[in-house]
Design a protein around this ligand. Sequence first.
Ligand code: ATP
Ligand code: MG
Length: 352
Amino acid sequence: MKLWVLGNGQLGMLMRHAGMPLGLEVVPVGIDDIGPQQLGADDLVTAEREHWPANATTNSLANHPNFANLQTIQDLADRQLQKSKLDELGLASSPWQPLTDSTDIDALHKALGERVLLKQRRGGYDGKGQLWLKQGEPLPSLDGWREHAIAEQGIGFSEELSLIGARNAQGEKVFYPLVRNLHQNGILLASQSPLPERDHLQTQAEEMLGKLMDAVDYHGVMTMECFRVGEKLLINEIATRVHNSGHWTMTGANISQFELHLRAVAGLPLTRPVVLSPTVMINLLGVERNDQWLTVPGSHLTWYNKEVRPGRKLGHVNLVSDTPKHLRDTTAQLLTLMPENYQAVLEWFVDH
Ligand code: ATP
Ligand code: MG
């Protein structure tokens, strides 16, 4: 079976890696125009990204009848349509409004509060395409934002959690346990899972993501990024794909999110994810590769072979451990090999 992936970044690469033992030929294709690809009638198509330019290459994949979830990916890639969909389904997310030519900023603060976050409707990632409006501070220029962005209430959350689930064509759904995520400047720095102390939120989270997956008849892995406010989950955003906060599953669970996605799209049996080890995933952001990371007990390096640039996601290290106490020690050990800003990981880490 051949499964094409629209996009050839690290997510596509890791899908290809996951397809190998299953005997699935997974072919990630970049979004630059290298001419139309020759897809067979029975081939399958999935995506590792939600935005792409229309050209001969992307069209040859996107126009194939076996492209899983095409309409949903395109709809939810627009934050305004995504928020509307969540509202329509009664799924809690941060209060919001479209930012139009006629939006009055004082009225906006009145409706959403002192801290309002503008987010571009399309194309934002890793905190890019966002602008804070804070009452009492000078108003930044809104050129390029009106009619192109939504405005969200700034949420004073207790922590960020995400849920990764999969659904197949028969409507069966499986979920990983909730993941805790640490962001720095809008970009994911670390994830920790599982979280026994958040088990009571698991059902709430699964019902929310499950409802959305059912509503759009989704096949594959979908990710729900949430804010925890007290005991309530508010959806921050939905990703119609495998997700950075699911990289811990490569070593911490019996099945990785990449394999789970392939199975759901290819119609192979799903399996209920089982946690094998408490895991911390540390993103390698703009740092030179250091082979000493491999000396930390329980560390697994995934290096994406990309050119080093400041802030760029270049790889990740998963730390697995048989006990949570040991995991804190090995995390601390890894952080001695990382830049200063990574110390935030240790303050955020939760002992179980
Ligand atoms: P991704 O790389 O996950 O696609 P993104 O850049 O598209 O991210 P968001 O996930 O919407 O954008 O926001 C990035 C981060 O900014 C969030 O993880 C959170 O830390 C912060 N943030 C987003 N929305 C809000 C909000 N309404 N209130 C407070 N903080 C927020
Ligand atoms: Mg996000």
